[in-house]
Design a protein around this ligand. Structure first.
Ligand code: CTP
Ligand code: MG
Length: 393
């Protein structure tokens, strides 16, 4: 039996925090190929009569700024603390309309590219009378159960599918399914809620280009699947850092994560590894994410006596969470003594281990100041660093 589609509204979910993707900015506001993911998603839903864009509380202005073109078919709504609640808020809005649409597509902005073919298959399913339809992909890997790192039975995969969005529904059925869903139970998509009240959910062929961006590395993969030139126009950043610590007698001396035998050591809140502090600032600088003091305040007792390598690991992870990689680092240590030369390769090796780089991307240099200034008087050691970082998108 055919169905008349008298109005198709898309609910575009963009109220998540994007925690797993990291990067300090919720993923829907990050850019690929010069447009925000949200903008890509809105464009790929252009065939809907109306788009309800569900954003986190207080973020309507931010969302509007993330769109290149605003049109009258876009309406911003405030979402909830879970995906399910965000859908529910959009449905509450629809329920107040004098003439709600006949059909709804619920879509994740974390899947910014909806191929026309998928849209057409979903609409065709609705026109054929389906109450619910969703795109799926077959599972291609072998699936196995396992506990504590030990594999158990293989799970037959021929009747298993990976579920994508947009998911298409008759509006009245979607409203009823949300009303009937037990409060306190989490549903990760809407089709399962329709099934729970006895509706059949039709599966149509999904598409790899619809893969969800969940982790930092997914940006590059999804961009490549959609033919965006992300890899060919890398976003290369350079940051610089500078730090000084006072030399005092009888303290251990740490430089570049290596303990060096010397009459004096550096004083500071942490282990006072001046070279690593400069390097961390260089990395944070390249990311435009403030400085070491902001991320590890000296007032915080947690970091008293801490190994500075912890700060470097943190900076390394900030780069990874932005989908980037460190291309090269260059450190200059400024002191009269000790001599850095004999330790240079150990230092490069140590930094290489922490940063998961080959030592040929790590330069450690040293200079004296010819007896001039505070370094010349051996009152302290200074270090400066540059970091070159390749970000994608
Ligand atoms: N979503 C939403 N409201 C929420 C939670 C999620 O609208 N309270 C949306 C997200 O914006 C995303 C989609 O649901 O487009 C799928 O969720 P997910 O991939 O989990 O995104 P996030 O929740 O943002 O990411 P994370 O779980 O890593 O924090
Ligand atoms: Mg989530």
């Amino acid at each position: 039996m055919g169905a008349t589609i008298s109005g198709l509204t898309a609910i575009l979910l963009a109220a998540g925090k994007g925690e797993r993707a990291g990067g300090g900015i919720a993923k829907q506001y990050r850019t690929l190929g010069g447009r925000s993911l949200l903008d890509h998603a809105v464009r790929s839903l252009a065939r809907a009569d109306q788009i309800l864009i569900v954003v986190a509380p207080g973020e309507a202005d931010r969302a509007a700024l993330a769109l290149r073109d605003m049109t009258s078919v876009q309406i911003f709504l405030t979402g909830g603390t879970t995906r399910q609640e965000s859908v529910r808020k959009a449905l509450d809005h629809l329920a107040t309309l004098p003439s709600p649409p006949s059909h709804i597509m619920v879509h994740d902005s974390a899947r910014p590219f909806v191929p026309e073919s998928v849209w057409e298959r979903l609409v065709a399913a609705l026109e054929n009378g389906a109450v619910a339809a969703m795109p799926v992909l077959p599972v291609v890997d072998t699936l196995v159960r396992g506990t504590s790192g030990i594999a158990a039975d293989v799970v037959p995969r021929d009747s298993l599918y990976r579920v994508q969005t947009p998911q298409a529904f008759r509006c009245d059925a979607l409203l009823a399914a949300h009303r009937a869903w037990p409060s306190g139970e989490n549903a990760t998509d809407d089709a399962q809620m329709l099934r729970a009240i006895g509706h059949e959910v039709v599966m149509v062929d999904g598409d790899q280009r619809l893969e969800k961006i969940t982790m930092a590395e997914d940006f590059v993969r999804v961009a490549a699947l959609n033919g965006l030139s992300i890899g060919t126009v890398p976003d290369i950043r350079t940051g610089t850092g500078y730090d000084v610590h006072r030399l005092v007698e009888g303290k251990p001396l740490w430089l570049c994560g290596v303990e060096i035998a010397h009459s004096h050591g550096l004083s500071g809140h942490s282990d006072a590894d001046v070279a690593i502090h400069a390097l961390v600032d260089a990395i944070l600088g390249a990311l435009a994410e403030g400085d070491i003091g902001q991320h590890f305040p000296p007032s915080d007792e947690t970091w008293r006596g801490a190994a500075s390598l912890r700060f470097l690991e943190y900076a390394r992870d900030r780069v990874a969470s932005r989908g980037g990689r460190i291309g090269h680092i260059d450190i200059t240590i400024i002191c009269e003594a000790p001599k850095v030369g004999p330790h240079r390769d150990t230092m490069r090796k140590r930094l290489a281990e922490i940063l998961a780089l080959t030592p040929d991307r790590i330069s450690v240099k040293a200079t004296t100041t010819e007896g001039l200034g505070f370094t010349g008087r051996r009152e302290g050691i200074a270090a400066q660093a540059t970091a070159t970082i390749v970000l994608n998108g």
